[in-house]
Structures are given as structure tokens and as C-alpha cells.
Design a protein around this ligand. Structure first.
Ligand code: NAD
Length: 288
């Protein structure tokens, strides 16, 4: 299946850490992009954030200013879901909550034409469940980018039970055309990377809880001696503890409480305290 054409409109729902980055990727590939968020001003703030990131590239001599202007001009904040109706592809990147996502997909189905591909950037939730109950579940798939979306190459293209193979192929080809390295996967809890990565976070948190060493020591060890790009604590701070904790809970529940995936009370406390990591200014580390 061919990739989507650069003239196709891409809609991104949720202008947080992931949504803004995904919108940037699509706009850099030449698409008109509409960005929608329920939080007042968040979509425009997401676009301003993209400009800020791209201008850093200009300052390093890696991008021309008029390229920045062209990319940003392709990105428009949307004031309602209805403004996304003529999109060819929707990428949902809102809170990691099945019921909330299902509600958004039901609204999208009512608004968008029959050929619009409806995708979720969920890290762990069942694509089969997100699509269930829709009249056309075959056009629903996971399109899972990694953080930061403009930098990380991998994109998991997730098929639920009902996903049409041609839709998955179109998404795969589109991600490849956007300079990404896509992989097909079926909808298992946490898919590939977030499943394999669970013990990385969980064992780090258990070591911390047992008093083995502090986060900075453990992160430095894993980076310098373990060969990881980031240690577990700095990575959880980047991801956001609310998101990371929700993903662990979802994988834990999906595997009927398998203790390998048990959520951490240390991380739960951070979420309760609003210490969500970089995005709130405080997590395991202080970013203020
Ligand atoms: P975030 O908290 O940074 O942003 C979520 C945004 O969605 C917020 O701006 C919020 O206002 C908005 N939102 C919430 N409900 C909404 C609704 N009903 N309609 C429109 N907007 C709504 O979260 P994030 O880290 O960007 O994660 C978003 C999704 O991407 C989640 O499903 C998460 O699992 C997934 N994901 C996250 C990461 C990561 O590292 N953070 C990586 C890959 C995938």
C-alpha cells in the first residue's frame, strides 16, 4: 500500500509531550496538520513549542529559518474535534485511559468520513478494545511513537483483532515516508517495547526501594557501564510518571496481576504528589 500523500490532512489529538512531537513529524513531512487539545491554549502552546525546538536547530546551523516558518505554517490549532472531520489520518495522543480514548474514538467515527484512518498513540492499551463498539473498527490501529517523537525512529504499527491489513500497510508506509523505522505488531499489552521495558523500570524502582543506591547513582551506572542511553529514573522523568505508572498498571492488569509487572508504590506516590517528572518540574530530579 502506498503512503498517504503529503497533501492529506493529519489530525493530532492531545498537544502534550507526544502529540506536539507527532504533529511536528507530520508537518515536517509536508502535511497540513491540525492539533486539538481540550486544555485551553494547549494546542497553540504545542505549536509554539515546536517552533522553539526547530529554532534551536537553526541556531546550530542545521535548519534554515524559512524551513521553520514553512513547517510551523502547516500546523493549525483546532478549536473542536469537528474541525478534524476532513482529516485523512487522526493520531490520538491523549491521557492513557481506555474509557476516555473510547469516547474520543466514538466521537471521531461520527465526525470523520469512512476513509479516515483512526489511530492511537497508546503505549499499552488494547487497540482491539479501543475499536470495539465502533461501526468500522477495521480502520482503527495503533501508531505508537516514542519520546521525543521527532527524534526517535521507531514507530510500532499495532493491529487489533479487527484492523484491516491494508490500513496497517498504509500506516507502515506512511511512517516510513516520514523517515521513521516502522514495525508491525499485534495488540498485546504494552506491545513490544513497553512490554520489554517494564522490568527496566520495575527493577530500578525495586533497587531504589530496597536502598541499594540513589537514582543518580543507578542512572549513571546503567548509562556508563550498562550501555543504556538513559537510566530508568531519568527516563521515567522524561516519559512522565503519570503516563509511565498508567502504562505499568495497564500491563499488570492485562496480565491478570502477573507480579513481574507490579506497579511501584514509590512511583504511585510521585503521581499522587504531582511530581510527574520534567513536565511538572520535579520528579526523581529537580528541573526547576
Ligand atoms: P501528556 O500528559 O503530556 O499530554 C496529554 C494531552 O492530552 C494533554 O495536553 C491533555 O490536555 C490532552 N487531553 C487529555 N484528554 C483529552 C481529550 N479528551 N481530548 C483532547 N485532549 C485531551 O501525555 P503524553 O505523554 O503526550 O501521552 C499521550 C499518549 O501518548 C498516552 O496514551 C501515552 O501513553 C502515549 N505515549 C507517551 C509516551 C511518553 O513518553 N510520554 C511515549 C509514547 C506514547
Amino acid at each position: 500500500m502506498p503512503a498517504l500523500s503529503p497533501s492529506d490532512i493529519i489530525a493530532v489529538i492531545g498537544a502534550g509531550a507526544m502529540g506536539a512531537g507527532i504533529a511536528q513529524v507530520a508537518a515536517q513531512a509536508g502535511h497540513p496538520v491540525r492539533l486539538y487539545d481540550t486544555r485551553d491554549g494547549a494546542a497553540q502552546a504545542g505549536i509554539d513549542g515546536v517552533r522553539h525546538q526547530l529554532e534551536k536547530r537553526v541556531a546550530r546551523g542545521k535548519m534554515a529559518q524559512d524551513e521553520v516558518e514553512a513547517i510551523v505554517a502547516r500546523m493549525t490549532p483546532a478549536a473542536s474535534l469537528a474541525e478534524l472531520a476532513d482529516s485523512r489520518l487522526v493520531v490520538e495522543a491523549i491521557v492513557e485511559n481506555l474509557e476516555v480514548k473510547r469516547g474520543v474514538f466514538a466521537e471521531l467515527e461520527a465526525l470523520c468520513g469512512p476513509d479516515t484512518l483512526l489511530t492511537s498513540n497508546t503505549s499499552s492499551l488494547s487497540i482491539t478494545s479501543i475499536a470495539a463498539g465502533l461501526a468500522r473498527p477495521e480502520r482503527v490501529a495503533g501508531l505508537h511513537f516514542f519520546n521525543p517523537a521527532p527524534v526517535m525512529k521507531l514507530v510500532e504499527v499495532i493491529s487489533g483483532l479487527a484492523t484491516d491489513a491494508e490500513a496497517a500497510e498504509t500506516l507502515y508506509a506512511t511512517a516510513a515516508a516520514w523517515g521513521k523505522v516502522p514495525v508491525h505488531a499485534s495488540s498485546t499489552p504494552g506491545f513490544i517495547v513497553n512490554r520489554v521495558a517494564r522490568p527496566f523500570y520495575a527493577e530500578g524502582l525495586r533497587l531504589l526501594q530496597e536502598g541499594a543506591a540513589d537514582p543518580a547513582t543507578l542512572d549513571a551506572l546503567l548509562r556508563q557501564a550498562g550501555g543504556f542511553r538513559m537510566g530508568p529514573f531519568e527516563l521515567m522523568d522524561l516519559i512522565g510518571h503519570d503516563v509511565n505508572y498508567a502504562v505499568t498498571r495497564s500491563v499488570f492488569d492485562a496480565y491478570y496481576g502477573d507480579t513481574r509487572f507490579e506497579p511501584s508504590l514509590v512511583q504511585q506516590a510521585l503521581v499522587e504528589a504531582g511530581r510527574l517528572g520534567r513536565k511538572s518540574g520535579l520528579g526523581f530530579y529537580d528541573y526547576r
